[in-house]
Write a protein that binds this ligand. Structure first.
Ligand SMILES: Nc1ncnc2c1ncn2[C@@H]1O[C@H](COP(=O)(O)OP(=O)(O)OP(=O)(O)O)[C@@H](O)[C@H]1O
Ligand SMILES: [Mg+2]
Length: 592
């Protein structure tokens, strides 16, 4: 089973180390996007600084002179020009960061998707569709765009703060000391936020996943909801999830929203102190009125970036946590994977053998107990038995959707774990109990069996799957769209498309998990014909619910509660008058 690799905490440096391979191809543009932000931050200070000569010479002396005898309009024009320049840089930086951020997110999503394609079935069984969307899509968005944007804003803010602090020191070092101490203490609580919100953020991810799962289930299960009048039930369930989500976001707000007001108060205290001490300094002629105005302006300007650093820091924490979750997925160990040492087999030569196989999906409940079974090449072996007995589980083990807990499965004497995974799966065509069809056309879905099949091969597969009549009746024929999961088709049609797909694959081993319950007698006969065509000249393991299908099987295995309780031909087992006989009788009576 796939395991979470424990990553306790990712700091900024570690996060960047992990992100580097994704950032590397775009590093120059990223750097540019960040560098552009530096002057944007610094330019704030220029405006504050421009006020000093204006104040001292124009306002205070009031004799119409300007610094360096420049015309009166110079300073306003200067301010406007600088702001235009600053805005142009801002645009360039926004564009560049959106571009690099988008690219990096794309790379991360590619990595995540590739992981999703290979994750162990047992792990996928254990999580919900909603969690897949949040952990493979939203987390990547938060991780990348969050981090890049924030780093950019962070750099701008810090740089602008530093230059504004420069202005403070330049105008009055005494006042600057007050300002720096106050701002420093205003920033301190920000660093404590992460610990406070970590658990809430983790819970929010789960709840957001539940919201998405609820949407997904409401959509996919709409008929069940309607037929059982589940509107109230579903609504209550969904409202419950929303309430939980609301509570979490309020909790998050409780733990973070005090930050801004507290900083506000601390800064107000600083401001009051500066004004009080500033007036004293002016009185004692230590500083000029211009110095003081420039100082107060710089301090006011400084307030915004400092406040934003608080906000940004919060967002940086959120994206760091998302990075943690993303890499938790990317690092997840997959136990059933392609191994380089594994060998290839050309085809099935002799037999498939189960030797003392034990299996359980979860640790608690053993499902298969000591299964011993040999399937000779060319044979048809039928698995029958009570529902939930473990028939599907037995066949799930052959293409290694899951690995056995004990014992081994051998193909011509080679443990299937030593056979290359793709090679093994190449040799097996599976028609599932509930076949999955992808959105697209009938042709797309059939050709999944062999992507480079010729039209002739497709034609043959369609005939063998008894689909020709149906397809000819369609206006668009093979190019008919079948809707998501094949919703526009009947149960029998879906099944025959799956059979055609398996046909086209032309694998030596065929696994058929029959699902005929949904079919009427006529389609049952057609599907039956298709199944018989597929079974011809192949090694077949068929799970049969209707015993009429299995009478000609070379071997019938009766599985009850995870154990093989009987094995033999139809006639042998009937003569024994035990489990199979009972099943047969029950069906015979039922049909009669
Ligand atoms: N993915 C899974 N995770 C955990 N338990 C599972 C999983 N799939 C099946 N089971 C359990 O394993 C047992 C055997 O299931 P299996 O699907 O093999 O039965 P079956 O013989 O094919 O039944 P049916 O005739 O109804 O198709 C059941 O008790 C089922 O609850
Ligand atoms: Mg089954």
């Amino acid at each position: 089973m796939a395991k979470y690799k424990e990553i306790k905490k990712v700091n900024l440096i570690e996060a960047y180390k992990r992100m580097w391979p994704l950032v590397k191809p775009y590093w120059f543009r990223c750097l540019l996007a960040t560098l552009i932000t530096l002057p944007i931050g610094a330019l704030d200070a220029v405006i504050a600084l421009a006020l000093k000569p204006f104040m001292d010479t124009v306002v205070v002396s009031q004799n119409g002179t300007t610094p360096f005898n420049l015309p009166l309009y110079v300073i306003p024009v200067f301010i406007i020009t600088f702001t235009i320049f600053q805005s142009a840089l801002e645009y360039a930086s926004a564009y560049l960061s959106a571009w690099t951020g988008g690219k990096i997110t794309q790379e991360m999503k590619k990595k995540l998707y590739e992981k999703l394609l290979t994750l162990d079935t047992s792990f996928l069984d254990s999580i919900s569709s909603g969690l897949i969307v949040t952990r493979f899509d939203s987390d990547a968005n938060t991780a990348c765009s969050g981090l890049l944007n924030n780093v950019k804003t962070f750099t701008t803010r810090i740089f602008s703060s530093l230059t504004l602090i420069g202005v403070l020191i330049y105008t009055s070092w005494q006042l600057a000391i007050i300002a720096i101490v106050v701002l420093g203490s205003a920033l301190y609580p920000v660093t404590k936020i992460r610990k406070k919100i970590k658990k809430i953020v983790a819970q929010s991810v789960v709840v957001n996943g539940q919201v998405l799962t609820a949407f997904n289930e409401t959509y996919a299960g709409s008929k069940t909801i309607k037929s059982y009048n589940l509107h109230t039930y579903q609504r209550n369930k969904f409202f419950g999830i929303l309430t939980q989500s609301f509570k979490l976001s309020i909790k998050n707000t409780q733990r973070t929203a005090w930050l801004s007001p507290v900083m506000h108060i601390i800064i107000a205290i600083g401001m009051a102190g500066a004004i009080w001490y500033g007036s004293y300094l002016i009185k004692s002629k230590t500083i000029s009125a211009g110095d003081f105005v420039a100082f107060i302006t710089a301090m006011l300007m400084l307030y915004t970036p400092i406040k934003n650093i608080g906000k940004n820091f919060n967002a940086v924490q959120l994206s760091l946590m998302a990075i943690e979750r993303v890499f938790e997925m990317i690092d997840m160990e997959v136990s059933i994977k392609e191994s380089k040492k594994a060998k290839n087999i050309s085809t099935l030569k002799k037999e498939i053998e189960f030797k003392n196989v034990d299996f359980s999906y979860t640790d608690e409940k053993p499902i298969l107990k000591n299964i011993n079974l040999t399937i000779q090449k060319g044979q048809t072996v039928a698995l029958v038995g009570n529902s939930g007995g473990g028939k599907t589980t037995v066949v799930n083990l052959i293409p290694r959707f899951y690995d056995v807990n004990n014992g081994e499965i051998l193909i011509d004497g080679t443990n299937i774990k030593d056979i290359s995974l793709s090679n093994l799966r190449d040799k097996i065509a599976v028609v599932f109990q509930d076949n999955f069809l992808f959105s697209g056309t009938i042709r797309d879905n059939i050709m999944l069996g062999k992507q480079n099949a010729t039209p002739k091969e497709v034609e043959k597969a369609i005939q063998m799957a008894c689909l020709d009549e149906f397809i000819n009746s369609l206006e668009k024929g093979l190019d008919t769209e079948i809707g998501e999961r094949g919703v526009l088709l009947s149960g029998g049609q879906k099944q025959r498309i799956a059979i055609a797909r398996a046909f086209l694959k032309d694998a030596p081993i065929v696994i058929l998990d029959e699902a005929t319950s949904a079919l009427d007698n006529k389609s049952e006969a057609i599907v039956q014909q298709a199944i018989e065509n597929l079974m011809k000249d192949r090694t077949v393991i068929v799970i049969a619910h209707r015993l009429s299908t299995v009478q000609n099987a070379d071997k019938i295995i009766v599985i009850n509660s995870g154990e093989i309780i009987e094995c033999g031909t139809h006639q042998e087992l009937l003569n024994k008058k035990e489990a199979y006989f009972a099943l047969y009788q029950a069906q015979f009576k039922h049909k009669g």
